[in-house]
Design a protein around this ligand. Structure first.
Ligand SMILES: [Mn+2]
Length: 323
């Protein structure tokens, strides 16, 4: 199916380990074709008007590990043949080739990453990159998925690796987006093609320096005191790094308390807000959406991007919700 693609191609992929590994596998298979790769503006799970405009001049577009909005996909499909390889929840987009077993009713535990789905689609044997996307998306929690943890363990044993090495590789790949470096994310699949090895990742000098920077910044932030309001931890931070989810998780897990973190340093005109709650966050996510914010999450997590002049009142609403 990929063999039939002709003309100029574009690969759009998620900025994380799973997206980068999926891109590596696809680019490897598409070798010899005229194709470039892009990740969206970091933090955006959609394409901007500018991106849509630039991306409408391609003959084929492949989307990996991203559930872009249907209207984005349909816009791309006006001029191009579109193929999607994904495992996020959502609905099937009928007009394009949409390969996502999870939205077609399959058990998500059997399709734990886009890299796995892509690797399987390409007919490859189990390999580092198919598995690394899984480790990136699930980290330690993959140990609860018996079937896949077994596959990872077997692979590690055969290749003289430890699970911790797999985790470290995922952190190294993720360091690019956490530092906010979009072009480094876009270069990463080619570095993987070049090295094609675990050691090449583990010994990448720049990625190791990135990780050290991120760890220093995380430590610095965790050492500054937080406010506590009626048992809720509120932490205001100012960092250019995309580490708000890591910070929130660490504070919430260590304290066992409802936690709200506000970062004013990532976007120029917007604040990042992150909440981990003991109760179901869903009503607050709905509230954020109804206020017109980019807002999402899951059962106990809310993430929102809010204009700076609305940030304080939204944080107050979150605090009232948690009280
Ligand atoms: Mn993924």
């Amino acid at each position: 199916m990929l063999d039939e693609l002709t003309g100029k191609g574009l690969l759009i992929h998620h900025w994380d380990t799973d997206g980068i590994c999926s891109a590596k596998l696809l680019l490897e298979k598409l070798k010899g074709k005229d194709i470039t790769n892009k990740t969206p503006q970091l933090g955006n799970y959609f394409l901007t008007e500018d991106e849509l405009e630039q991306y409408s001049k391609y003959d084929f577009v492949i989307v990996a590990d991203m559930s872009l909005p249907e209207d984005n996909i349909l816009k791309l499909a006006e001029n191009a043949k579109v193929m999607i390889f994904d495992h996020h929840l959502g609905k099937v987009i009928e007009k394009v080739y949409h390969h996502n077993p999870v939205i077609k009713g399959e058990n998500p535990d059997l399709y734990p990453s886009a890299s796995w789905i892509v690797n399987d689609f390409l007919g490859n044997d189990v390999n580092l990159f198919g598995l690394l996307g899984i480790v990136g998306d699930h980290e330690q929690k993959i140990k609860n998925n018996k079937e896949f943890f077994e596959k990872i363990t077997v692979f590690c044993n055969e290749n003289n690796l430890k699970f911790e090495d797999m985790l470290k590789m995922a952190y190294l790949l993720d360091s690019n987006y956490k530092l906010g470096d979009k072009s480094a994310v876009e270069k990463a699949p080619y570095l993987l093609l070049e090295t094609n090895s675990a050691n090449g990742i583990l010994e990448n000098k720049i990625w190791n320096e990135n990780l050290a920077k991120l760890n220093n910044e995380i430590t610095r932030i965790l050492e500054t005191p937080s406010d506590e309001i009626s048992g809720i931890i509120l932490k205001k931070i100012n960092t250019p790094y995309n580490i708000i989810s890591t910070i929130t998780r660490k504070i919430a897990w260590e304290s066992g308390k409802n936690t709200v973190v506000v970062n004013s340093g990532f976007f120029d005109n917007l604040d990042q807000i992150y909440m981990r709650s003991i109760k179901n966050a869903e009503p607050m996510i709905q509230r954020g959406k109804s206020l017109g914010f980019k807002c999402g999450g899951k059962k106990e997590v809310l993430g929102a991007i809010v204009p700076k002049d609305k940030s304080e009142s939204f944080v107050q609403e979150i605090l009232d919700f948690l009280k």
